[in-house]
Design a protein around this ligand. Sequence first.
Ligand code: ASP
Length: 439
Amino acid sequence: MVKVVKFGGSSLASAAQFKKVADIIHAEDSRRYIVPSAPGKRDSADTKVTDMLYECYGAAAKGKAYKHLLQSIKERYYEIINTLKLDLSLEKEFDVIEACFIGKAGRDYAASRGEYLNGIILANYLGYEFIDAAEVIFFDDNGKFDAKRTNKVLAERLSDIEKAVIPGFYGSMPNDTIKTFSRGGSDVTGSIVARAVKADLYENWTDVSGFLVGDPRIINDPKVITTITYKELRELSYMGAGVLHEDAIFPVRKEGIPINIKNTNKPEDAGTMIVESTSKKPEYTITGIAGKKGFTAVSIEKDMMNSELGFCRKVLEEFEKNGISIEHMPSGIDTMTVIVHQEEFEEKEQEILAGIHRNVSPDSIDIESDIALIAVVGRGMKSNRGTAGRIFAALAHAHVNVKMIDQGSSELNIIVGVSADDFDKAMNAIYDIFVKVQL
Ligand code: ASP
């Protein structure tokens, strides 16, 4: 059994957290390849080392005072090294980093040092080999992750290494400069490593006991999802449910490797299993609810629209020309509605409206902003009658007016659009009807 284990920033934010991490790793021999993040927040008022590095680099590269910022970064690492009584000095590393900051080595280089240094410390503490991610994770000339090359080199490199620490978040470009993934990208590194070693399981350790059925900032003490499929997760993540980086599922999915989200502070909790497919029924018909505010609905009306060939295309072309991507497109016989991101749309509004008028001469165009979209996601919907009925009954009871409905043909999700003011009420109503009131 081989497990790849990734620890997030809060799991490695201090010496006390490092001890928990070492206990977890030592508890199972199969936890062989470890991917650490940079030290994160120790409490809600704290700053992540990654953010400290961005700030320090910004100052140093502009020739402004930066030494005090570098000093506070050093202190974060020395607290860990000294408390754990490690025989390790990072002074030489810090000298190189300082010189590279002054020499404007780039923001990505700066940010990557958080994981790099944490990886050195963790490898020393565990007695594992340290592998610099720059030697095994590659991006192409366009800055796109090079999966083929990475997988080949990484698999070869790890084939005869029993146990190793590979820092998350970064890799290198063909010209040897450092490039990072987007924020939270250590999740992606963990997945890449899991694929390369054909791991049995990718454990992703964080500070919550798994994926929750709803957003805890809106729903009081939501339940944990025990098993979720990759597809369901995609739908929920897209709608803003965070925990795992959006791109982290692709590498493991290729090999059918499940991901287990676990809590470093409560290792006894089972967490959430993310799998390709499962015969396990979701506990509550729905698997999860997620939503986002900030959408605009543009409704175009024209008599006999339905029989006008190419009408939709001509309308959509105007959005495309202006670089606006479309979220949903519910339609009627004489109307079509295009749902877009409010902020993006506002900038191009007049160009798009003028274009639509020119292209299809509509009878009217109506614009409604401040719409929230809520995705109710669940593989259980397919085999259950009445899911939509329950959603809309719950919303009606809560006096929420539904502005838009969209159900994908895969019956994996139902998306409803409501006024942003009704967002919290609607999320709670849907959660309650499925989780609290079980039929
Ligand atoms: N340290 C990076 C960040 O803060 C990457 C990560 O933690 O995954 O985004």
